[in-house]
Design a protein around this ligand. Structure first.
Ligand SMILES: *Cc1c(COP(=O)(O)O)cnc(C)c1O
Length: 398
C-alpha cells in the first residue's frame, strides 16, 4: 500500500484519537526510517523516545527472534528467566531494591501510585493518600495517571477523575512546601519534563524536594519514562542531580522498541506490596523481558549514554547557533539528547515542513519543537538535521 492508501483506510477504520502526519513508516535502520512510498527520513523523534538504540538494533532483533522461538508467554505464576535477569540489571544500576514489570508507561505510573498509597496506609495511616504532582507534567492516559498529570487540557471531558492528586508549579519549592499536608503520601515528578515542553528541574530545587520529603516522611517518585535510560547523558536522569527517588518508573526505551514498563522501589517501600496487591498478565513476559535485557546491555556496553551526552552538547550548541540567526527562537533547553526549542511562531508548521524535507521532529503546545534522536546518533546526522531545520525555519519564520 502507498502512504495515501494506508491513510485513507486508517481514516475510515481507526478511532480518531491522533492527528497524524500523512505518511506511514514501514522500515527503519539506525537513525533512518522509510515511508510506504519509499521516502527516507532522519528520525529525530525516535518513536517519542522509544527507539533510543536506533531502529532495529541487531542485538534487540536477535534477542526477539531467539526468544520468540523458545517461549512467547507464560503467566507470572512461574518464574521467568529473562524477567529475573532484567530486574537484576535494573536494580544493580539504579541502587533501588526491586522491580515490578508491566507493559507501558501509564501502567508503571499506576503501579507507583498504588505502591505509594499502600506504603502510606501501612506506615502512616488510613487518610494519607494524596500525591503532589507538577503543573505541565505528563504521566499517562489511564485514569490514575491522567489524574496525576498536571495539565487541564488532558482532563477535560473525562471528569470525575480519581481523587487524591494536587498540582503545584514545577521548580517552585515554596509552592510545594505549602501544598504538603499530613495527607501527603508522595511527591511525583519528571526530573526533565517531556510532553510538557522539555523543562529540566533545577539542581537545587530537586535536592530541596528530596530534603522536604525526608523531613515529612513523604515518598519521592521520579517518572523517568521519557528522560531515563541514557536519554539525558546519564543512565538515569536523577544521577545528574545526585538526588535519588524511593520509586522510579521506566518504560519507552526500556526494551529497544518492544512494549514494556517497569516500576522500581527501595526494598523497604517494595515490602508494602504483598502477593495479590498488584499484577499484570503480560507484565515482564519472556519476549519483552528478553528484549529489555538485550536493549540494556547494548545501552551499557556500546557507550550510548556517553554518546548521548556528547552529541547532546553538540546538538544544543548547533541549535543555539541557529537560534542566534532567528529572533523568533526564544530558547534552546534540555539535557543530553532531550531537547526543546521554544519558538514565537508556528511550531506545528515548522515540524510539518521539516517532514517534507526529510526530518522527523515533533511540536508540543504549538510553540515548542522537541528533539529526541536515537542515542546512537552521529555528528554528521545532526549536521544534516540542522541544515533541514535551518531551511524550514527560513521558510516559516522568514
Ligand atoms: C510517555 C510517558 C508516559 C506514558 O507512557 P505510555 O507508555 O504512553 O503509557 C508517562 N510518563 C512520561 C514522563 C512519559 O513521557
Amino acid at each position: 500500500m502507498t502512504n495515501a492508501e494506508i491513510a485513507s483506510l486508517g481514516k475510515r477504520y481507526v478511532m480518531h484519537t491522533y492527528n497524524r502526519y500523512p505518511i506511514a513508516l514501514v522500515r527503519g535502520q539506525g537513525t533512518k526510517v522509510w515511508d510506504a512510498d519509499g521516502r527516507e527520513y532522519l528520525d529525530f523523534i525516535a518513536g517519542l523516545g522509544v527507539n533510543s538504540l536506533g531502529h532495529c538494533h541487531p542485538r534487540v532483533v536477535e534477542a526477539l527472534r531467539e526468544q520468540a522461538g523458545k517461549l512467547l508467554h507464560c503467566s507470572n505464576l512461574y518464574w521467568i528467566e529473562p524477567q529475573v535477569e532484567l530486574a537484576k540489571i535494573l536494580v544493580e544500576h539504579s541502587g533501588l531494591g526491586r522491580a515490578f514489570f508491566c507493559n507501558s508507561g501509564a501502567e508503571a505510573v499506576e503501579a507507583a501510585i498504588k505502591l505509594a498509597r499502600k506504603y502510606a496506609k501501612v506506615y502512616k495511616g488510613e487518610n494519607c493518600f494524596e500525591i503532589i504532582t507538577m503543573r505541565r507534567s505528563f504521566h499517562g492516559r489511564t485514569l490514575g495517571a491522567l489524574a496525576a498529570t498536571g495539565q487541564d487540557k488532558f482532563h477535560r471531558g473525562f471528569e470525575p477523575l480519581p481523587p487524591g492528586f494536587r498540582y503545584v508549579p514545577f521548580n517552585n519549592l515554596e509552592a510545594l512546601k505549602e501544598a504538603v499536608t499530613p495527607e501527603t503520601c508522595a511527591v511525583m515528578l519528571e526530573p526533565v519534563q517531556g510532553e510538557g515542553g522539555v523543562y529540566p528541574a533545577e539542581k537545587e530545587y530537586l535536592k530541596a524536594v528530596r530534603k522536604l520529603c525526608d523531613e515529612n516522611g513523604i515518598l519521592l517518585i521520579f517518572d523517568e519514562i521519557q528522560c531515563g535510560l541514557g536519554r539525558t547523558g546519564y543512565l538515569f536522569a536523577h544521577q545528574y542531580y545526585e538526588v535519588y527517588p524511593d520509586i522510579l518508573t521506566l518504560a519507552k526505551a526500556l526494551a529497544g522498541g518492544v512494549p514494556i514498563g517497569a516500576m522500581l522501589a527501595k526494598e523497604e517501600v517494595a515490602q508494602a506490596f504483598s502477593p495479590g496487591d498488584h499484577a499484570s498478565t503480560f507484565g515482564g513476559n519472556p519476549l519483552a523481558a528478553a528484549c529489555g535485557v538485550a536493549a540494556l546491555r547494548a545501552l551499557l556496553e556500546e557507550g550510548l549514554v556517553e554518546n548521548a551526552r556528547k552529541q547532546g552538547e553538540y546538538l544544543m550548541e548547533r541549535l543555539r547557533d541557529l537560534a542566534a540567526k532567528f529572533p523568533q527562537v526564544l530558547e534552546v533547553r534540555g539535557r543530553g539528547l532531550m531537547v526543546g526549542v521554544e519558538i514565537d511562531g508556528p511550531a506545528d508548521r515548522i515540524a510539518q515542513v521539516c517532514l517534507e524535507k526529510g526530518l522527523l521532529i515533533n511540536a508540543v503546545h504549538g510553540r515548542i519543537l522537541r528533539f529526541l534522536p536515537p542515542l546512537t546518533v552521529k555528528k554528521e546526522e545532526i549536521d544534516k538535521a540542522l541544515e533541514i531545520l535551518r531551511k524550514a525555519l527560513k521558510e516559516c519564520l522568514g
